[in-house]
Ligand binder design. Structure first.
Ligand SMILES: *Cc1c(COP(=O)(O)O)cnc(C)c1O
Length: 355
């Protein structure tokens, strides 16, 4: 730390992303990216946009917004387009939570929520998951303050029912309920339709997981027009050109090819079910996943040890050294062939451990 760093931030405990090692010999199953490259249309649109990279991007991202509005059946002005869904979350924390508007979220969830809260001096409260790692919606009914929930939750992968979330939204009409749907395309029930009914709901989504664009950094929020205007005020107060021309082009191509991406999601789901079966047969406990990853533990070996053994075999998964979940590994669902390699490696590791 330099001697100039504001004392306001001197104790910030920043978010720790999963390792980003991009080597061809490594099977990367640690940050829930899509194993499939973007479609051919992406190259074409990005190349065209690159020709105009001397010009600032269009402020409204018109065509991208139109396509989102068609796919999600909301008006264009119900959409906030952001440089990643992390940015949509960031703007929401900055816009709606403060000393007088504390925020609650589960004790085990996306690690960025407490970081945003710390950054902006927002008091926060963590609500323990049940012993089976599910969220009890009753814990959030009329809770004093706003609520942030990842649905499906990460890293557990477990989804809540839309009805349960609706009860939370209804019980806190004067506070924001923010639902982070980063993994919604892999099986959960989206709350986007509820944004028409409740003016205190924000839903965020991302192009990073289901649409193969983690490298493009593109996300969005859907909410009432008034909430979107507030988010736009934050955007115009920090970075009006928050999404770049190339990413907007890539996102537009992804939405024009939406059917291809949704088909790939179904393929990932099928692979997830197969892998769940195979890991269970090897003695793993797997939480019921609605995501493009599984959260798994094996009584025969600790999470850290299994993580290290897999790493020695050039397979990277995610281990969280934190209470309640240190026995688990979060394993991204890759291609069938990547998963076959994983299964073979796990078998070998467990067999060796037994000897
Ligand atoms: C990956 C992830 C995000 C962030 O997505 P980006 O759009 O890549 O920033 C947000 N929330 C959860 C729960 C995630 O897992």
């Amino acid at each position: 730390m330099s001697r100039f760093f504001s004392t306001r931030h001197s104790r910030l405990d920043a978010y720790t992303p999963g390792e980003q090692i991009n080597s061809s010999w490594l099977i990367k199953l640690n940050t829930n990216e899509s194993p499939f490259p973007p479609t051919a249309r992406t190259n074409e649109y990005v190349a065209r946009a690159a020709d105009k990279a001397n010009l600032y991007p269009e402020l409204s991202s018109g065509r991208l917004r139109e396509l989102l509005s068609e796919i999600y059946d909301v008006e264009p002005d119900n959409i906030f387009i952001s440089n990643s869904s992390d940015e949509a979350l960031d703007c929401s924390f900055l816009a709606f939570f403060d000393e007088n508007n504390p925020v609650s979220f589960p004790d085990i969830t996306y690690g960025f929520y407490p970081v945003f809260a710390e950054l902006y001096g927002i008091p926060y409260n963590t609500v323990p998951l049940r012993d089976d790692f599910t969220i009890d919606y009753r814990d959030y009914l009329s809770i004093p303050g706003s609520v942030v929930i990842a649905n499906p939750n990460a890293p557990t992968g477990i989804a809540m029912k839309r009805d349960e979330i609706e009860q939370i939204i209804r019980s806190n009409p004067d506070r924001i309920v923010l639902i982070d749907e980063a993994y919604i395309d892999f099986g959960g029930e989206s709350c986007v339709p509820l944004t028409k009914k409740y003016d205190n709901l924000i839903v965020t989504q991302t192009f990073s997981k289901s649409r193969s664009l983690a490298g493009a950094r593109l996300g969005f929020a859907i909410a009432s027009k008034e909430i979107i205007l507030d988010l736009e005020t934050i955007r115009y107060s920090t970075n009006p050109y928050n999404v770049n021309r190339l990413s907007v082009a890539a996102g537009t191509a992804a939405l024009e090819d939406n059917e291809i991406y949704m088909q790939r999601c179904r393929q990932i789901i099928a692979t997830r079910e197969r892998i769940t079966h195979e890991l269970c047969a090897m003695g793993f406990e797997i939480l019921p996943s609605s995501c493009n990853f599984v959260f798994a533990r094996n009584a025969a070996m600790g999470g850290k040890e299994l993580y290290l053994e897999l790493r020695r075999r050039n397979i990277l998964v995610r281990h969280f050294d934190q209470p309640r979940i240190s026995d688990f590994l979060r394993i991204t669902i890759g291609t069938d062939s990547q998963m076959d390699t994983l299964i073979a490696a796990v078998k070998e590791i467990l067999t060796e451990a037994k000897q």
